[in-house]
Design a protein around this ligand. Structure first.
Ligand SMILES: Cc1cc2nc3c(=O)[nH]c(=O)nc-3n(C[C@H](O)[C@H](O)[C@H](O)COP(=O)(O)OP(=O)(O)OC[C@H]3O[C@@H](n4cnc5c(N)ncnc54)[C@H](O)[C@@H]3O)c2cc1C
Length: 402
């Protein structure tokens, strides 16, 4: 049960955005609690992504999304280094397959030497340095554990079902199935359920329009077929299907972008999509077809009717909406958290109740044989992201099962 305590900040949602916010605000001296409805952190949209730190090459100029991604690019590498988290800054090769796509590439440079296995049918390509792969599960989990070591509280299996603002002392009561807490500010980082949580606070600024993505993961024997991420020319809707390599050397094809009503990621991928992705792999990097597919997964993006992030400060009631972080939540995570910090200070005028920490320290952890990771003080996390799980275990499915 949650004890009836009071915090500077309550964060609703333990996805990548909630974890990065908890990390950054705790380091800045705020007394924080993060509430997560599921048994495990990072188990919704953040458990089905590609693990790429994009540089913002297709984010609209002047958008909040681009601002947060660029800010994240400035801050994240020092954090990853200090936390000793894996990343590969391999860059990406954006490939045009016809004259229409070619005309969208601003500068064309031939990169045949850089990607010798790329199909000869490509029309042109540009290299995007700085595109980086991280462990998409470990990164937010270690940030959350770093915050916990510094006094932040994390409560899982705690569904926020009501909130109430008290005008007289300007604080929130947050009600969950595990008890109630008080807070000066509430930050709604509930991702795929962002609109539902907004409604319980009396707001309706956007509607979640789930967008599904599906992937195939190849065996590590394919690790040398690419040396950078192979991106198609993006459209208005999606960055398109990418051929990329995880930090654990699995080559992956995906994600698709399919509108759906369902906010849950299904555990299996559609057979038609499997064929489409295999064919895409064959067309893009023909030698990939010689390698086994060892796993498949799906994810659901918290898209809305708006293209940009929906970060809305409501200083009259100390409520901060952080929604619609559709397809770059990992890429923007620390930039989003930094934007949130400035909103809390400047728009809400709320100062931290503790002193700020000067530095970031490595958090010790060990992978176990059970698909979990052990952290200090006996804290155990189940690995919920298939890229991490497949990368660190030997789980395989045979080609005949596809
Ligand atoms: C297919 C796909 C590919 C992607 N690729 C990339 C990529 O390569 N790079 C990148 O940067 N981004 C990528 N993204 C986007 C990225 O995954 C999202 O932007 C990010 O996960 C959003 O994080 P979030 O914390 O806002 O949401 P979520 O991960 O959905 O987290 C919200 C959390 O809030 C909890 N919650 C909801 N309601 C309540 C409640 N009432 N009480 C308590 N808790 C609640 C949920 O259980 C959930 O854990 C991709 C996404 C998908 C699906």
């Amino acid at each position: 049960m949650i004890t009836d305590q009071s915090y500077d900040v309550v964060i609703i949602g333990g996805g990548v955005v909630g974890c990065a916010t908890l990390f950054h605000l705790t380091n800045s001296g705020y007394n924080c609690l993060m509430l997560e409805k599921n048994k495990h952190l990072v188990s919704e949209a953040s458990a089905g992504n590609s693990g790429m730190l994009h540089t913002g090459f297709d984010a609209p100029l002047g958008s909040l999304e681009l601002h947060c991604i660029q800010q994240c690019q400035l801050l994240i590498f020092d954090i990853l280094n200090r936390l000793d988290l894996p990343y590969n800054r391999l860059g990406a090769t954006m490939v045009a397959w016809d004259s229409v796509q070619m005309s969208k590439l601003p500068i064309i440079i031939q990169h045949s030497m850089r990607e010798p296995n790329l199909s000869r049918n490509a029309t042109g390509a540009i290299h995007i340095p700085g595109e980086t792969i991280v462990d998409p599960w470990l990164t937010p989990i270690v940030m959350a554990e770093h915050a916990r070591i510094r006094g932040a509280k994390i409560c899982t299996s705690a569904l926020v079902n009501n909130v109430e603002f008290n005008d007289s002392n300007r604080t929130w009561n947050v009600y969950t199935n595990k008890g109630n807490v008080g807070s000066k500010i509430v930050i709604n980082c509930s991702g795929l359920y962002g609109d539902i949580v907004e409604k319980i606070a009396g707001y309706s600024s956007f509607k979640i329009k789930p967008r599904k993505g599906q992937y195939l993961i190849f065996s590590k024997t394919a690790k040398d077929v690419i040396s950078s991420s192979i991106l198609p020319v993006p459209t208005e809707i999606t960055k398109g299907v990418i051929v990329f390599k995880s930090v654990y050397d699995n080559v992956i094809i995906g994600p698709t972008a399919e509108e759906t009503e369902d906010r849950h990621a299904s555990p299996t991928i559609d057979s038609i999509i499997t064929t489409r992705l295999r064919n895409y792999g064959k067309k893009t990097v023909p030698s990939l077809s010689k390698h086994d597919i060892v796993h498949m997964y799906t994810g659901v993006r918290p898209a809305t009717e708006n293209k940009d992030y929906q970060i809305i400060a409501r200083p009259d009631r100390n409520w901060l909406t952080v929604g619609g972080i559709r397809s770059t939540g990992l890429s923007g995570c620390i930039g989003i958290a930094d934007h949130i910090l400035s909103q809390v200070k400047d728009k809400f005028g709320i100062e931290p109740s503790k002193s700020c920490w000067e530095s970031i320290h490595k958090v010790n952890f060990n992978f176990t044989k059970n698909g979990t990771v052990m952290f200090p003080h006996g804290i155990e996390h189940l690995i919920t992201h298939p890229l991490t799980f497949t990368g660190v275990t030997r789980q395989t499915i045979s080609q005949s099962n596809l």
